[in-house]
Design a protein around this ligand. Structure first.
Ligand SMILES: Nc1nc2c(ncn2[C@@H]2O[C@H](COP(=O)(O)OP(=O)(O)OP(=O)(O)O)[C@@H](O)[C@H]2O)c(=O)[nH]1
Ligand SMILES: [Mg+2]
Length: 330
């Protein structure tokens, strides 16, 4: 590996590693190529990037030729994160999307109403989170297109009809079907790490909908008993609105992100538009998000947050918390 790779290149390489879709991979490789110093020492790397790019472009063309259904199941990510609402027929996925966002999905008392994914933006305090309503998953049939959408999302909300006597079969079946397609559902308390080669983990929230129906509470008690250790179970009613505000926060928590507010020296902080970072991010991750030049130029930083004295100077590897205000000095 040539020693003189620039921070821009390394940042693009990191993007490539994290890229989930072909489009994201191509964009990251193009950026890697553009930021790679072109000299004899990097010739092999240049060739390697070019060959990966051409393979991915071919693959993109091939997939473009597939049916329209494929495209309809790719939902570009917007806002601070994307959460797929997944579940059995009639559990209330579309009703929840309609309640939490400005989207107008079709809602009906018969099953299999939703045919294609429908996105909507949910406000949570000062950020927007994208929710994607999906067609129902029929147990055992492992609908590949919904599962691959869930795999591409940042997190998953399993929407269950808590009043349904078969709710336990549904959750077992969903976890099983996802597992067969190599998507491991993890609770919000576990690290969302790669589980094993070829398998991705996705943080998952269990949404127990229809709590307004009298039979629901007994089932929720059993759900909490069996799955409450691993997953957060959020009771809600899309009809009465009970639990909806708690659901917004639970969805935010499931994403595993923090909000950090930038402050320029001598000016008040920008409390309107936080940066969103993965939980566990450090000062340097924040600096890179504000501007790539800060990765090289940062001299020191002051911060305000619940676990530190006001304006404390923090180290480069200091782990930031949700709500931090950070002042970077170049
Ligand atoms: N009582 C009650 N009914 C609900 C609730 N949420 C949804 N429903 C009803 O359940 C039925 C199905 O709702 P949808 O939102 O279409 O369910 P879905 O999961 O999107 O259904 P598919 O698209 O077929 O998978 C509709 O008749 C809704 O009015 C709820 O919290 N309480
Ligand atoms: Mg629906």
């Amino acid at each position: 590996m040539p020693a003189n790779l620039t921070p821009d290149f390394l940042a693009a390489q990191e993007k490539y590693r994290e890229a989930k879709t072909i489009e994201e991979k191509i964009a990251a490789l193009e950026e890697m190529y553009a930021t790679l110093p072109k000299h004899k020492g990097t010739e092999k790397l240049q060739a390697d990037i070019k060959s990966r790019l051409s393979k991915l472009r071919n693959k993109e063309k091939q997939e473009g030729k597939r049916s329209k259904r494929y495209d309809e199941f790719y939902v570009p990510r917007h806002g601070a994160g994307q959460i797929a609402l997944v579940g059995p027929p009639n559990s209330g996925k579309s009703s929840l999307l309609a309640r939490l966002t400005a989207a107008h999905p079709e809602i009906a008392e018969y099953p299999y109403t939703t045919r294609i994914p429908t996105p909507g933006m949910m406000e949570f305090e000062d950020i927007m989170i994208q929710l994607v309503d999906t067609p129902p998953i029929t147990l055992g049939c492992g609908d590949r297109s919904v599962i691959s959408l869930a795999r591409n999302a940042d997190a998953i909300a399993l929407v269950l009809d808590a009043s349904d006597a078969d709710v336990l079969d549904h959750i077992d079946g969903l976890i099983n079907d996802m597992g067969k397609s190599r998507v491991k559902l993890t609770g919000s308390r576990e690290p969302a790490d790669i589980y094993e080669a070829g398998t991705v983990s996705r943080r998952t929230l269990l949404v127990a909908n229809k709590v307004d129906i009298p039979d629901a509470q007994v089932n929720i008690d059993v759900l909490v008993e069996l799955y409450g250790e691993q997953f957060t179970v959020q009771p809600v009613s899309a009809v009465t609105g009970e639990g909806l505000e708690d659901l917004r926060r639970a969805l935010f928590d499931t994403l595993g992100i923090i909000r950090v507010y930038a402050k320029q020296p001598g000016k008040p902080p920008d409390l309107e538009k936080p940066f969103t970072l993965e939980a566990g991010s450090t000062l340097m991750d924040f600096a890179a998000a504000v501007h790539k030049d800060f990765v090289r130029k940062l001299r020191m930083a002051k911060a305000w947050g619940r676990d530190i004295p006001d304006g404390a100077q923090i180290a480069r590897d200091h782990v930031l918390q949700d709500g931090y205000i950070v002042e970077l000095h170049a």
